[in-house]
Design a protein around this ligand. Sequence first.
Ligand SMILES: Nc1ncnc2c1ncn2[C@@H]1O[C@H](COP(=O)(O)OP(=O)(O)O)[C@@H](O)[C@H]1O
Ligand SMILES: [Mg+2]
Length: 274
Amino acid sequence: MTSVTMPETGGPGDGSVILRCEGITKAFQGVHAVNGAAFDVVKGQVTALIGPNGAGKTTLVNILSGSMTCDRGHEFIGGTEVTNWPSHRIARLGLMRTFQLSRELGGLTVLENLLVAPHQQPGESLFNVFFRPRLVKRQERAYVERALDLLDTYGLYRLRDNRAGELSGGQKKLLEISRAVMVSPQVLLLDEPMAGVNPALIDRIGGYILDLQRSGVTVLMIEHNLNVVEQICDHVIVLAEGRTLATGRLSELRQNEQVVKAYLGEVIDAGTDR
Ligand SMILES: Nc1ncnc2c1ncn2[C@@H]1O[C@H](COP(=O)(O)OP(=O)(O)O)[C@@H](O)[C@H]1O
Ligand SMILES: [Mg+2]
Protein backbone atom coordinates (compact mmCIF):
# COMPACT_ATOMS: atom_id res chain seq x y z
CA MET A 1 0.00 0.00 0.00
CA THR A 2 1.21 3.50 -0.67
CA SER A 3 1.38 6.16 1.96
CA VAL A 4 -1.89 7.87 2.74
CA THR A 5 -2.20 11.54 3.56
CA MET A 6 -4.55 13.48 5.76
CA PRO A 7 -4.94 17.18 6.42
CA GLU A 8 -2.90 18.37 9.32
CA THR A 9 -4.92 19.09 12.44
CA GLY A 10 -2.23 20.33 14.78
CA GLY A 11 1.20 19.54 16.12
CA PRO A 12 4.35 19.23 14.09
CA GLY A 13 4.80 16.78 11.25
CA ASP A 14 3.78 16.75 7.63
CA GLY A 15 0.24 15.57 8.29
CA SER A 16 0.88 12.11 6.93
CA VAL A 17 -0.58 9.02 8.54
CA ILE A 18 2.09 7.03 10.35
CA LEU A 19 -0.16 4.37 11.87
CA ARG A 20 -3.43 3.16 10.44
CA CYS A 21 -5.75 0.41 11.56
CA GLU A 22 -8.64 -0.91 9.56
CA GLY A 23 -11.32 -3.19 10.96
CA ILE A 24 -9.17 -4.68 13.71
CA THR A 25 -11.10 -7.45 15.40
CA LYS A 26 -10.18 -9.78 18.24
CA ALA A 27 -12.35 -12.16 20.25
CA PHE A 28 -11.53 -14.08 23.40
CA GLN A 29 -13.58 -17.25 23.77
CA GLY A 30 -16.08 -15.91 21.29
CA VAL A 31 -16.44 -12.55 23.04
CA HIS A 32 -15.26 -9.55 21.04
CA ALA A 33 -12.71 -7.42 22.86
CA VAL A 34 -12.00 -5.38 19.71
CA ASN A 35 -14.62 -5.30 17.02
CA GLY A 36 -13.70 -3.47 13.84
CA ALA A 37 -11.60 -0.65 15.30
CA ALA A 38 -10.43 1.71 12.56
CA PHE A 39 -8.49 4.94 12.81
CA ASP A 40 -5.42 6.86 11.67
CA VAL A 41 -2.66 8.30 13.78
CA VAL A 42 -1.08 11.36 12.21
CA LYS A 43 2.68 11.68 12.28
CA GLY A 44 3.95 14.11 14.88
CA GLN A 45 0.74 14.29 16.87
CA VAL A 46 -0.11 13.15 20.37
CA THR A 47 -3.29 11.10 20.03
CA ALA A 48 -5.41 9.93 22.93
CA LEU A 49 -7.26 6.63 22.94
CA ILE A 50 -10.14 6.95 25.38
CA GLY A 51 -13.20 4.89 26.21
CA PRO A 52 -14.94 3.03 29.02
CA ASN A 53 -13.28 0.22 30.91
CA GLY A 54 -13.37 -2.95 28.87
CA ALA A 55 -13.67 -1.04 25.57
CA GLY A 56 -10.70 -2.94 24.18
CA LYS A 57 -8.05 -0.21 24.42
CA THR A 58 -5.30 -2.35 25.95
CA THR A 59 -6.09 -5.25 23.64
CA LEU A 60 -5.76 -2.88 20.69
CA VAL A 61 -2.37 -1.61 21.90
CA ASN A 62 -1.27 -5.23 22.33
CA ILE A 63 -2.30 -5.97 18.76
CA LEU A 64 -0.77 -2.82 17.25
CA SER A 65 2.57 -3.46 18.96
CA GLY A 66 2.64 -7.10 17.93
CA SER A 67 2.26 -8.60 21.40
CA MET A 68 -0.99 -10.20 20.27
CA THR A 69 -2.44 -11.17 16.91
CA CYS A 70 -5.84 -10.03 15.67
CA ASP A 71 -8.50 -12.21 14.05
CA ARG A 72 -9.35 -9.75 11.31
CA GLY A 73 -8.33 -6.35 10.05
CA HIS A 74 -5.20 -4.59 8.88
CA GLU A 75 -2.45 -2.53 10.43
CA PHE A 76 -0.17 -0.21 8.49
CA ILE A 77 2.92 1.64 9.66
CA GLY A 78 3.88 4.43 7.29
CA GLY A 79 2.17 2.65 4.43
CA THR A 80 3.65 -0.81 5.08
CA GLU A 81 1.16 -3.48 6.05
CA VAL A 82 2.34 -5.05 9.31
CA THR A 83 -0.78 -6.99 10.32
CA ASN A 84 0.12 -9.68 12.86
CA TRP A 85 3.82 -9.10 12.54
CA PRO A 86 5.73 -10.08 15.71
CA SER A 87 6.74 -7.24 18.02
CA HIS A 88 10.43 -7.28 17.08
CA ARG A 89 9.59 -6.69 13.41
CA ILE A 90 7.15 -3.93 14.31
CA ALA A 91 9.82 -2.36 16.53
CA ARG A 92 12.17 -2.40 13.57
CA LEU A 93 9.73 -0.07 11.80
CA GLY A 94 9.98 2.25 14.79
CA LEU A 95 6.85 1.42 16.79
CA MET A 96 7.43 0.73 20.49
CA ARG A 97 5.14 0.44 23.47
CA THR A 98 5.80 0.70 27.14
CA PHE A 99 5.66 -2.45 29.18
CA GLN A 100 4.92 -2.80 32.82
CA LEU A 101 8.05 -3.74 34.68
CA SER A 102 8.27 -7.52 34.73
CA ARG A 103 9.48 -9.47 37.73
CA GLU A 104 12.56 -10.42 35.76
CA LEU A 105 13.49 -6.83 34.98
CA GLY A 106 12.60 -5.77 38.52
CA GLY A 107 15.66 -7.67 39.71
CA LEU A 108 17.94 -5.60 37.49
CA THR A 109 19.10 -2.10 38.32
CA VAL A 110 17.51 0.94 36.75
CA LEU A 111 20.53 1.45 34.47
CA GLU A 112 20.60 -2.24 33.47
CA ASN A 113 16.95 -1.99 32.50
CA LEU A 114 17.83 0.61 29.91
CA LEU A 115 20.89 -1.28 28.73
CA VAL A 116 18.97 -4.46 28.00
CA ALA A 117 16.33 -2.60 25.99
CA PRO A 118 18.38 -2.34 22.77
CA HIS A 119 19.37 -6.00 23.06
CA GLN A 120 15.76 -7.04 23.05
CA GLN A 121 15.59 -5.30 19.72
CA PRO A 122 16.37 -6.69 16.31
CA GLY A 123 19.56 -5.85 14.55
CA GLU A 124 21.58 -7.34 17.37
CA SER A 125 24.09 -9.25 15.39
CA LEU A 126 25.85 -12.24 16.88
CA PHE A 127 28.29 -11.89 14.01
CA ASN A 128 29.36 -8.52 15.38
CA VAL A 129 29.73 -9.84 18.92
CA PHE A 130 32.19 -12.49 17.75
CA PHE A 131 33.96 -10.86 14.87
CA ARG A 132 33.73 -7.17 15.56
CA PRO A 133 34.23 -6.93 19.33
CA ARG A 134 35.61 -3.39 19.14
CA LEU A 135 32.54 -2.18 17.33
CA VAL A 136 30.36 -3.86 19.96
CA LYS A 137 32.36 -2.28 22.77
CA ARG A 138 32.02 1.13 21.20
CA GLN A 139 28.30 0.57 20.79
CA GLU A 140 28.01 -0.56 24.42
CA ARG A 141 29.69 2.65 25.53
CA ALA A 142 27.28 4.64 23.43
CA TYR A 143 24.36 2.77 25.00
CA VAL A 144 25.63 3.54 28.52
CA GLU A 145 25.99 7.19 27.64
CA ARG A 146 22.54 7.36 26.13
CA ALA A 147 21.03 5.49 29.09
CA LEU A 148 22.62 7.83 31.65
CA ASP A 149 21.46 10.82 29.62
CA LEU A 150 17.91 9.52 29.55
CA LEU A 151 17.95 8.72 33.27
CA ASP A 152 19.05 12.28 33.85
CA THR A 153 16.26 13.60 31.61
CA TYR A 154 13.64 11.55 33.44
CA GLY A 155 14.95 12.33 36.93
CA LEU A 156 16.11 8.79 37.62
CA TYR A 157 19.86 9.34 37.48
CA ARG A 158 20.42 9.12 41.21
CA LEU A 159 18.48 5.85 41.26
CA ARG A 160 20.53 4.27 38.47
CA ASP A 161 22.02 1.55 40.69
CA ASN A 162 18.80 0.81 42.59
CA ARG A 163 16.84 -2.31 41.81
CA ALA A 164 14.01 -1.42 39.46
CA GLY A 165 11.56 -3.55 41.44
CA GLU A 166 12.07 -1.33 44.46
CA LEU A 167 11.08 1.93 42.74
CA SER A 168 7.86 3.74 43.62
CA GLY A 169 4.89 3.42 41.28
CA GLY A 170 5.61 6.78 39.69
CA GLN A 171 9.31 6.03 39.25
CA LYS A 172 8.39 2.75 37.56
CA LYS A 173 6.24 4.68 35.07
CA LEU A 174 9.23 6.92 34.29
CA LEU A 175 11.45 3.88 33.88
CA GLU A 176 8.96 2.27 31.49
CA ILE A 177 8.96 5.38 29.34
CA SER A 178 12.75 5.71 29.37
CA ARG A 179 13.17 2.03 28.43
CA ALA A 180 10.96 2.55 25.39
CA VAL A 181 12.68 5.83 24.46
CA MET A 182 16.09 4.12 24.73
CA VAL A 183 15.53 2.50 21.34
CA SER A 184 14.58 5.82 19.68
CA PRO A 185 11.04 4.97 18.57
CA GLN A 186 9.22 6.89 15.87
CA VAL A 187 5.86 5.92 17.29
CA LEU A 188 5.34 5.35 20.99
CA LEU A 189 2.26 3.62 22.41
CA LEU A 190 1.57 4.33 26.07
CA ASP A 191 -1.04 2.43 28.10
CA GLU A 192 -2.15 4.79 30.86
CA PRO A 193 1.25 6.34 31.50
CA MET A 194 -0.14 8.40 34.37
CA ALA A 195 -2.36 5.86 36.11
CA GLY A 196 -1.89 5.91 39.86
CA VAL A 197 0.59 8.75 39.68
CA ASN A 198 0.49 11.90 41.87
CA PRO A 199 -0.57 15.23 40.30
CA ALA A 200 2.94 16.72 40.27
CA LEU A 201 4.28 13.71 38.42
CA ILE A 202 1.31 13.75 36.03
CA ASP A 203 2.41 17.25 34.99
CA ARG A 204 6.00 16.11 34.62
CA ILE A 205 5.09 13.07 32.52
CA GLY A 206 2.86 15.30 30.38
CA GLY A 207 5.87 17.56 29.84
CA TYR A 208 8.03 14.59 28.85
CA ILE A 209 5.43 13.47 26.32
CA LEU A 210 5.36 16.96 24.78
CA ASP A 211 9.18 16.96 24.70
CA LEU A 212 9.08 13.65 22.85
CA GLN A 213 6.58 15.14 20.42
CA ARG A 214 8.87 18.12 19.87
CA SER A 215 11.71 15.73 19.10
CA GLY A 216 9.58 14.16 16.37
CA VAL A 217 8.03 11.16 18.14
CA THR A 218 4.40 10.34 17.40
CA VAL A 219 2.49 9.28 20.51
CA LEU A 220 -0.68 7.23 20.92
CA MET A 221 -1.69 7.07 24.57
CA ILE A 222 -4.53 5.45 26.44
CA GLU A 223 -5.58 8.04 28.98
CA HIS A 224 -8.52 8.40 31.35
CA ASN A 225 -7.66 11.81 32.70
CA LEU A 226 -9.48 14.26 30.45
CA ASN A 227 -7.54 17.22 31.80
CA VAL A 228 -4.40 15.54 30.54
CA VAL A 229 -6.06 14.77 27.21
CA GLU A 230 -7.15 18.37 26.88
CA GLN A 231 -3.72 19.71 27.68
CA ILE A 232 -1.42 17.48 25.67
CA CYS A 233 -3.37 15.61 23.01
CA ASP A 234 -3.93 16.98 19.50
CA HIS A 235 -6.46 14.35 18.55
CA VAL A 236 -8.74 11.90 20.34
CA ILE A 237 -10.06 8.48 19.37
CA VAL A 238 -13.03 7.16 21.32
CA LEU A 239 -13.31 3.41 21.51
CA ALA A 240 -16.49 1.77 22.79
CA GLU A 241 -17.27 -1.94 22.69
CA GLY A 242 -14.24 -2.51 20.50
CA ARG A 243 -15.32 -0.02 17.84
CA THR A 244 -14.20 3.47 16.97
CA LEU A 245 -17.14 5.55 18.13
CA ALA A 246 -15.74 8.93 17.12
CA THR A 247 -12.52 10.82 16.49
CA GLY A 248 -11.68 14.49 16.72
CA ARG A 249 -10.56 17.14 19.14
CA LEU A 250 -11.75 16.73 22.71
CA SER A 251 -13.72 20.00 22.46
CA GLU A 252 -15.61 18.56 19.46
CA LEU A 253 -16.22 15.25 21.16
CA ARG A 254 -17.69 16.99 24.19
CA GLN A 255 -20.48 18.14 21.82
CA ASN A 256 -21.01 14.64 20.44
CA GLU A 257 -24.08 13.16 22.09
CA GLN A 258 -23.08 9.57 21.38
CA VAL A 259 -19.67 10.08 22.90
CA VAL A 260 -21.05 11.83 25.95
CA LYS A 261 -23.54 9.00 26.42
CA ALA A 262 -20.98 6.24 25.96
CA TYR A 263 -18.15 7.70 27.92
CA LEU A 264 -17.78 11.35 28.70
CA GLY A 265 -21.10 11.53 30.54
CA GLU A 266 -20.00 8.75 32.79
CA VAL A 267 -16.72 10.46 33.54
CA ILE A 268 -18.24 13.89 34.01
CA ASP A 269 -21.15 12.60 36.14
CA ALA A 270 -18.80 10.71 38.37
CA GLY A 271 -16.84 13.94 38.64
CA THR A 272 -13.71 11.89 38.64
CA ASP A 273 -11.93 12.67 35.40
CA ARG A 274 -9.83 9.70 36.35
N1 LIG B 1 -6.30 -12.18 27.52
C1 LIG B 1 -7.63 -12.05 27.60
N2 LIG B 1 -8.43 -13.13 27.69
C2 LIG B 1 -9.77 -13.00 27.75
N3 LIG B 1 -10.41 -11.82 27.73
C3 LIG B 1 -9.67 -10.70 27.65
C4 LIG B 1 -8.25 -10.75 27.58
N4 LIG B 1 -7.78 -9.48 27.49
C5 LIG B 1 -8.86 -8.68 27.52
N5 LIG B 1 -9.99 -9.40 27.62
C6 LIG B 1 -11.36 -8.86 27.62
O1 LIG B 1 -11.49 -8.00 26.53
C7 LIG B 1 -12.25 -6.84 26.85
C8 LIG B 1 -11.44 -5.60 26.59
O2 LIG B 1 -10.40 -5.50 27.55
P1 LIG B 1 -9.26 -4.42 27.51
O3 LIG B 1 -8.65 -4.41 26.18
O4 LIG B 1 -8.38 -4.68 28.66
O5 LIG B 1 -10.11 -3.09 27.72
P2 LIG B 1 -9.67 -1.65 28.21
O6 LIG B 1 -8.17 -1.56 28.19
O7 LIG B 1 -10.34 -0.72 27.28
O8 LIG B 1 -10.20 -1.47 29.60
C9 LIG B 1 -12.66 -7.01 28.30
O9 LIG B 1 -13.96 -7.55 28.32
C10 LIG B 1 -11.65 -7.99 28.84
O10 LIG B 1 -12.21 -8.75 29.88
MG1 LIG C 1 -6.71 -1.12 29.63
